[in-house]
Design a protein around this ligand. Structure first.
Ligand code: NAD
Length: 468
């Protein structure tokens, strides 16, 4: 049973916090949300949404440049960067206003201020208007998110040409050249965006491959595609230092036993994010944490009774959709229900051109865990819709258990991969077998047919590709 008179205090108004606040209000809680900046957090203001607007503009430009192939006479007259930025800000504001409206509709009190613990039951709020307020007695859900990690590379911190992802979203001009330190999600997304706007992009990644946690076979294909688009990629490359240069900055890199350097107008530092918990003063409430990363159980409870934590501030899987689900779970538990987080259906999505998405085990992980498996690959060249949309670049790869044929993982490189992956997450969540995917009739012509064909390929019976 839920507890209708329960007071709930949510700290942080991103996709974790605002969702937690709404869910608690739905269950009858008296909810206060504290946010120091704008509602919507990183995702809506300086993360997922604005990045996707830039990507959409870049994709439109690329489509317009190739429209002649489809018989459409378009002469592309470059782009207006100010308008691109205006569109980005407009979409973010519209969504943030929507969240403000949802707060009002759900009777959630929003306080614009910064919260810190003064004990395990009391928060002190320094409000934006200069006043101060103390809140006690409620259950507390911490959802303070993450901030870009600045690596201890000499010369990075003080160089005005070194930017983080927030800076990369508000450059007043498209740089002629950009070095990206870190070939993770943020690195490849911005590399993809800016190279489409004409920037000469170089990615420097310390590990042997881009997107180290994604399926290797598809990562290699994405790398080839990015290189074909003119991006230079150096893996197993270690950035030693950054210094000023007449162009902007010079990045010194140890690569294959030599030191080489790259000059660029801007250097995007994208080597990860860290939990944003310093201002909370966790120690005053004795909340268990590992270097600022709050520790929780699967009910999203911290070690302190009545205090929950969710999303990026846990320092684990830093994804908006994970934060939102964890927010619902924390709110339900705080309101007296019994909910558990299970991450096995979390899709990983990379918004490059083409898109890249995966759920469940990669082949590398299956090997590492000594699981007996078979794979099925289907090239998008043989899928009519993909051929129309992007020339058929990409692939679907399905990984299934050898004995019971249960779906263990699905990985997609290609148009709309990030949408198609939902079907695959459902399959994994429902412990579907390959027969379940095959028996489901997929509409023609769609990209989803490639998932069924890859499932067929695990039994060497794909129809539109030769089964080796
Ligand atoms: P990341 O962990 O995805 O990638 C960082 C990369 O930098 C890694 O590949 C790492 O090996 C490399 N690296 C670290 N130190 C380096 C060095 N000194 N020199 C060269 N390479 C170095 O981190 P990110 O890309 O900064 O993203 C941060 C978080 O934000 C991630 O958790 C990510 O999942 C999340 N995010 C997700 C999306 C999405 O889901 N589409 C988009 C943006 C960000």
């Amino acid at each position: 049973m839920s507890n209708g008179s329960q007071e709930i205090i949510v700290v942080g108004g991103g996709p974790g916090g605002y969702v937690a606040a709404i869910r608690a209000a739905q269950l009858g809680g008296k909810v206060t949300l504290i946010e120091k900046s704008k509602l919507g957090g990183t995702c809506l203001n300086v993360g997922c949404i604005p990045t996707k607007v830039l990507l959409h503009s870049a994709d439109l430009l690329a489509e317009a440049q190739h429209a002649n192939e489809f018989g459409i006479n378009v002469s592309v007259n470059g782009f207006d960067w100010k308008k691109v930025l205006k569109k980005k800000d407009g979409v973010s504001s519209q969504l943030v206003n929507g969240i403000n409206g949802l707060m009002k509709a759900n009777k959630i009190k929003v306080i614009n201020g910064t919260a810190e613990f003064i004990s395990s039951k009391t928060l002190s709020i320094k409000k934006a208007d200069g006043t101060q307020e103390t809140l006690s007695g409620g259950k507390i859900i911490l959802a303070t998110g993450s901030v870009p990690a600045i690596p201890p590379i000499p010369g990075v911190k003080d160089n005005e040409h070194c930017i983080d992802s927030t800076g990369a979203l508000s450059l007043t001009e498209v740089p002629k050249s950009l070095v990206v330190i870190g070939g993770g999600v943020i690195g490849v997304e911005f590399a993809s965006i800016y190279s489409q706007f004409g920037t000469k992009v170089t990615i420097i990644e310390a590990l042997p491959k881009l997107l180290p946690l994604m399926e290797g076979e598809l990562t290699a294909q994405l790398r080839a595609k990015l290189e074909k688009n003119g991006i230079d990629i150096y893996t197993e490359a270690k950035v030693q230092s950054v210094e000023s240069s007449s162009v902007g900055a010079k990045v010194n890199v140890e690569y294959k036993g030599e030191v080489i350097n790259f000059e660029a107008e801007k250097v995007l530092v994208a080597v990860g994010r860290r939990a944003n918990t310093e201002s909370l003063k966790l120690e005053k409430a004795n909340i268990g944490n590992d270097r600022g990363r709050i520790q929780v159980n699967e009910r999203m409870e911290t070690n302190v009774k009545n205090i929950y934590a969710i999303g990026d501030c846990l320092g684990q899987v830093m994804l908006a959709h994970v934060a939102s689900v964890q927010g619902e779970i924390a709110a339900e538990n705080a309101m007296g229900l019994d909910a558990f987080y299970n991450g096995k259906t979390v899709p990983s999505c990379v918004y490059t051109n083409p898109e890249f998405a995966g759920v469940g085990l990669t082949e590398e992980k299956a090997k590492e865990e000594e699981i007996e498996y078979v794979t099925g690959n289907f090239p998008l060249m043989a899928n009519g819709k993909a051929l129309i949309m992007n020339g058929g670049e990409g692939m679907v790869k399905v990984i299934v258990g050898k004995e019971y044929k249960e779906v263990l993982g699905v990985h997609i490189l290609g148009p709309r991969a990030t949408d198609i992956i939902a079907e695959c997450a459902l399959a994994i969540g429902m412990e579907a077998t390959i027969e379940d995917l095959i028996e489901t009739i997929h509409a023609h012509p769609t990209l989803t047919e490639a998932v069924r064909e890859a499932a067929l390929a695990t039994e060497k019976r794909a129809i539109h590709a030769f089964n080796k």
